[in-house]
Write a protein that binds this ligand. Structure first.
Ligand code: DAH
Length: 371
């Protein structure tokens, strides 16, 4: 009997050591230690033995059981480690590969400037708001005090959508809900924000805008940023301070002089256009300088017209505010020195390499928003 046990042990340990995978090992375990297993069957015979016999066979069978159980546990650990090693080897990434061999994209100057604007205005307590690029007549025009008969509508070179034209012809158009044009400015985001948020409001809304216009300084798609503040007791002084603070931070100089010129926009009263002073340095216009050689117009602004506030369901006696709108592409050109707007949207890799930014150049006020 002991001989039989020795033979059994050898046979089992060999099979365990040779099992190629976890499934084979499990089969060995079931065969030896499972409910119907050989060792389990041997353990059951102990009860029928005489005490003397049991004294000899008991420890021998228990010893066999322990040896087999230990061998299975060891083999299991070995197989699992091997499986993990194989997986780690197949999933490695060679971190020493030279990164410059990979094609690296750049951040477009327009995206960079939008990030700079968000950073500057976040510091002044402004949130970023968005609105749809396909707009309704009402949000893009009427609510901004530009009724259908207003000459400003014609001045906007609007792209109208066929679905809106068809709806109008069929008499099913509703100026508040029928999306019928590509927004001609970011100003409709003012309306959407006032309708969806309770004042006080402080937002900027950067985004794409569209007009049917194309030459060296105009592209059919271009970018604007809208600003809106609605609160109590807001004056032109708040507007002036905000814009001065913004322009100084954006161009990263303190010797910036702004000029406010009376102007006209249907959605503001009074309306002002803002010029920034430049100085001539070796024949080039450079933004800034305490004694400007000339002026460049950079944005339109004013106190939000009471009709606009009313159109959004607010009481103009209680709430006032200022707004501004500014071309982002032009800001980028003035800051980073490009002179042809059309190249912004050509997708020319050489231009993007030259004027683009590294994805790691995240603008922060402390490190300089110009990156
Ligand atoms: N929406 C105007 C445009 O596209 C720009 C503008 C002017 C926006 C004055 C404003 C503003 O918010 O107050 O020409």
């Amino acid at each position: 009997m002991t001989n039989d046990l020795d033979q059994m042990r050898e046979h089992m340990l060999t099979a365990i050591a040779a099992s190629p995978g976890l499934d084979a090992l499990e089969a060995c375990r079931v065969e030896a230690l499972g409910k119907q297993g050989t060792i389990t069957a041997l353990l059951k015979t102990l009860g029928k033995m005489s005490p003397d016999e049991r004294q000899v066979q008991g420890p021998a069978i228990q010893g066999l059981r322990e040896a087999v159980a230990t061998a299975i546990a060891d083999r299991k650990a070995t197989l699992e480690r091997a499986a993990l090693d194989a997986r780690l080897a197949s999933e490695t990434l060679d971190m020493t590969l030279p990164a410059e061999a990979l094609p690296a994209g750049t951040i477009h100057p327009v995206s960079q400037v939008m990030d700079e604007l968000a950073e500057i205005f976040a510091d002044l307590g402004f949130a970023v708001a968005t609105g749809p690029e396909i707009e309704t007549d009402w949000h893009n025009f009427s609510a901004l005090n530009i009724p259908e008969t207003h000459p400003a509508r014609a001045m906007h070179d609007t792209f109208y959508l066929q679905q809106g034209i068809d709806a109008k012809a069929a008499g099913t158009a509703d100026e508040k809900t029928t999306f019928s044009l590509l927004r001609t400015h970011t100003s409709p985001v003012q309306i959407r924000t006032m309708l969806s948020q309770k004042p006080p409001i402080r937002i900027i809304a950067p985004g794409r805008t569209y007009r049917s216009d194309s030459d060296a300084t105009h592209t059919p798609m271009f970018h604007q940023v809208e600003g809106l503040v609605i609160d109590k007791g807001i004056t032109l002084g708040h507007l002036k301070w905000t814009l001065e603070t913004f322009v100084k931070a954006f161009f990263e100089r303190d010797d910036i002089v702004l000029r406010m010129r009376p102007s006209y926009f249907p959605f503001t009263e009074p309306s002002v256009e803002i010029d920034v002073g430049y100085t001539l340095v070796k024949g080039k216009r450079v933004i800034g300088g305490a004694e400007p050689d000339g002026w460049l117009e950079i944005l339109g602004s004013g106190m939000v017209h009471r009709k606009v506030i009313e159109a959004c369901g607010l009481d103009p006696e209680e709430w006032q505010g200022f707004a501004f709108g500014c071309g982002i592409d032009r800001l980028a050109m003035l800051k980073y020195g490009m002179d042809d707007l059309r190249a912004f949207f050509d997708g020319d890799i050489r231009w993007l390499k030259h004027y683009g930014f590294s994805s790691l150049d995240v603008p922060t006020l402390s490190a300089g928003v110009g990156a």
